[in-house]
Design a protein around this ligand. Structure first.
Ligand SMILES: *Cc1c(COP(=O)(O)O)cnc(C)c1O
Length: 367
């Protein structure tokens, strides 16, 4: 879809990367680090300054106290943290439970680890999982419940009862919880509740996040994984032979970002909320049904009211018809579930205000 956007000159609301820079202090610190020679391999677990900043961040926002020497590991983005965690913990034939649709890397990484991917559907437009379906999906064969909260591609924020049920099921079936919280600072009606902060959760939970989505530095690939030392040690053993290390000068820069004042985080969240409003209003005016997008970078719209019953075909013609690119949600489900999400399209709103306004005005021509 990005190639299609390039070829047709359409506005690319397909891929979720911001088109403006994050905090100046963060960018300046990376430049300073490069100029001052922070250009060689950092320690395998990450620079102390970043690990301490991650631990301080978890305590400041969530009251979670971590030992930065044993319970924090810096990774090449959230992606490497996910890959290393799955490769470390999943044996051939173990089951990994996720919601469906899922973030696109999940199915591939579960398969690569030799796992079996079990899913629980999230249904348009409220995306609330059915607790009984969740109960049925988690069994003694479940090795990992892989949660993405807030959730991509739906923008869903799960309520506390859902998080509690995940913890309860993990305890009952002795599963490990891996939670991907890269949108933790983009919960529009906050606050974010990390699953690891629930009673009984910490000792069986690995929490993943990344600087990319929070600080508009998706190209830097500085992520991290936190949790109990024995689990972190297992993940480190795999991570060591994936990338070993990455991004030396970006690590102190993300540490600066994590230490920025609450008001900076609030302003970034509020700006993103405004972008959501612009895009959602534009999509509704154009005739789409739009689900609430409570967090993150994306809104999901139903193209059926516009005759787009086949979102794949709809998305192929949208650049020509309206000069805008979106991604069919069928890309994020198993083939046998495609019909259930057949008319849904994911649009990114992490773009400059004028780009979103232009996209909205182009879409208005659709109806
Ligand atoms: C963007 C994204 C990632 C990848 O994060 P990186 O730090 O770029 O590797 C992982 N999970 C979700 C849900 C994402 O949206």
């Amino acid at each position: 879809m990005s190639a299609l956007a390039l070829r047709t000159g359409a506005i690319n609301l397909g891929q979720g990367f911001p088109d403006e820079d994050g905090p100046a202090e963060v960018l300046a610190e990376a430049q300073r680090a490069i100029a001052e020679g922070v250009n060689q391999y950092p320690p395998g677990i990450g620079y102390p300054i970043l690990r301490e900043a991650i631990a301080a961040h978890q305590e400041r926002w969530y009251g979670i106290r971590l030992d930065p020497g044993r319970e924090v590991l810096v990774t090449a983005g959230a992606t490497e943290a996910l890959a290393a965690a799955l490769l470390a913990l999943v044996d051939t034939g173990d089951e990994v439970v996720t919601f469906e649709p899922w973030y696109d890397a999940y199915a591939a990484l579960v398969a690569r680890a030799g796992g079996i991917h079990r899913t629980v559907p999230l249904r348009f437009p409220d995306w609330r999982p059915d607790p009984d379906e969740l109960r049925r999906a988690v069994t003694d064969r479940t090795k990992i419940i892989l949660l993405n909260a807030p959730h991509n591609p739906t923008g869903a924020v799960f309520d506390r009862a859902t998080l509690e049920l995940v913890v309860e099921l993990a305890e009952r079936h002795d599963a490990i919880i891996v939670t991907d919280e890269v949108y933790e600072h983009l919960v529009f009606d906050g606050p974010h509740t990390p699953l690891a902060s629930l009673p009984g959760a910490f000792e069986r939970t690995l929490t993943i996040s990344s600087g990319g989505k929070t600080f508009n530095t998706t190209g830097w690939k500085i992520g991290w994984i936190t949790g109990p030392a024995p689990l972190i040690t297992a993940v480190l053993a795999v991570k060591q032979y994936l990338t070993f290390v990455n991004g030396a000068p970006f690590q102190p820069a993300i540490a600066v970002g994590l230490g920025l004042g609450d008001e900076v985080f609030a302003a970034m969240r509020d700006r993103m909320r405004g972008k959501r409003e612009t895009l959602v209003a534009g999509l509704r005016a154009a005739g789409f049904d739009v689900a609430r997008a409570d967090a993150g970078y994306f809104a999901v719209a139903d193209a059926a009211p516009l005759g787009g019953h086949d979102a794949v075909a709809f998305c192929r013609t949208l650049p020509e018809r309206a000069g805008v690119v979106g991604v069919p949600v069928t890309a994020f489900v198993h083939p046998e579930r495609r019909s259930e999400v057949g008319s849904l399209v994911r649009f990114a709103f992490c773009k400059r205000d004028e780009v979103l306004a232009e996209a909205a005005s182009r879409l208005a021509g659709l109806g």
